[in-house]
Write a protein that binds this ligand. Structure first.
Ligand SMILES: C[S@@+](CC[C@H](N)C(=O)[O-])C[C@H]1O[C@@H](n2cnc3c(N)ncnc32)[C@H](O)[C@@H]1O
Length: 344
């Protein structure tokens, strides 16, 4: 007998890999240039890559000369380092630091793949707050491009974003310190509230802190990025319906930012870096710092103004923002601010 039942449509497995782990192509970007170009044309950052911000503005300010010695305090994908190495053209030397033990060896291989050798650059797996441990006479230029890289954000295993589910870790160096999940296990309500206000000006800090502690008292610990999101959602449940979606999105962003700053002690590290730079720059040496939120920018502004008043810096510049074109092509650039200083 003929079966008149409509045939079940074979489930389409999807044209593109659905999870980060399946994005094998984008994990080896060098091999798939056409796909990468396509993703970038749409204003997105391919997984496993980072698009360097305000490169032209930074290079114009630094005005790198042959034989100079430089420091890239935030190596990341190595985009800025590569641009600076191109300027040095196999003269001088660049030291670069990064906390991230996962991305650093990949960037080392990438730079070597471009023909740069140990003679051109040295990578240090080091917190930039310890840059005085690098053995050099002094630096002619220093760059710091603060925050996290796109590779860190896009990898769900690292817990940097609420866009994917993953362990709530948020450490740039997962080998040391406490994860964000561990921090939330041990902080008091007041500490959580204070952290959310100080690190991200979170408007609903009180409500979110209260909800985290309430969940904890029921034995529900916040282990994953989705656990944290659902606590934020509960904390905002009494807001008018029309406000909930937007407030939830913004509060999630700010809460993740606050936790990231906390677990990585970002303000403390930046403070130390800003204190050490003047001693490490040669006379006439230049420093450029890219920040991505007001807390960081305030610290850089204050330090630059302080050393300018003392006469340690002979000139300070900024803040400058990326061009509209750059923001259009790379929305992750939208909150960037560039400040620069020249040592007397
Ligand atoms: C925005 S990314 C840098 C991207 C890089 N400029 C590029 O063009 O590819 C920031 C990098 O700084 C690193 N980082 C953040 N804080 C750090 C610290 N205190 N010490 C060393 N590295 C740090 C992060 O691990 C991340 O790789």
């Amino acid at each position: 007998m003929e079966d008149n039942k409509p045939k079940r449509r074979v489930r389409y497995s999807g044209k593109y890999p659905r999870t980060f782990e399946e994005k094998y192509k984008e994990k080896q970007p060098e091999k798939y240039q056409d796909l990468i170009d396509h993703v970038m044309e749409k204003g997105n950052t391919p997984a496993g890559m980072h698009r360097s911000i305000m490169v032209d503005e930074i290079l114009t300010f630094l005005d790198i000369q042959p034989d100079q010695i430089g420091l890239d305090a935030t190596l990341g994908f190595g985009g800025h380092t590569k641009a600076m190495l191109e300027r040095l053209n196999h003269t001088g030397h660049i030291h670069a630091t990064d906390l991230d033990p996962i991305e650093l060896p990949k960037t080392n291989d990438r730079l070597k793949g471009f023909g740069y050798t140990d003679k051109d650059f040295t990578l240090h797996h080091l917190n930039f707050r310890d840059i005085d441990m690098i053995e050099v006479q002094g630096f002619d230029f220093i760059l710091a491009d603060l925050g996290v890289s796109s590779m860190q954000i896009d990898d769900p295993e690292r817990g940097f974003t609420f866009k994917h589910n993953g362990p709530l870790d948020l450490r740039m160096n997962p080998e040391v310190g406490l994860s964000a999940a561990d921090r939330l296990r041990s902080m008091s309500k007041d500490e959580i509230e204070g952290m959310l206000v100080e690190n991200a000006d979170e408007v609903y800090a009180k409500e979110i802190a209260l909800e985290i502690v309430r969940e904890r008292s029921l034995g529900h610990f916040i282990e994953t990025t989705k656990d944290l999101q659902s606590v934020i959602q509960k904390a905002l449940r009494n807001l008018p319906k029309t406000m909930q979606e937007e407030s939830f999105k913004k509060s999630s962003q700010r809460t993740f930012q606050a936790l990231r700053i906390d677990v990585n002690q970002e303000y403390e590290a930046l403070f130390d870096l800003l204190e050490k730079i003047p001693n490490l720059l040669n006379p006439g040496g230049k420093v450029a710092i890219l920040t991505f939120h007001s807390g960081e920018d305030r610290l850089v502004k204050k330090a630059f103004q302080h050393y300018h008043k003392l006469g340690t810096y002979k000139a300070i510049f900024g803040p400058d923002s990326p061009s509209l074109d750059e923001v259009h092509n790379n929305p992750r650039a939208r909150s960037a601010k560039l400040r620069c200083a020249v040592k007397a």
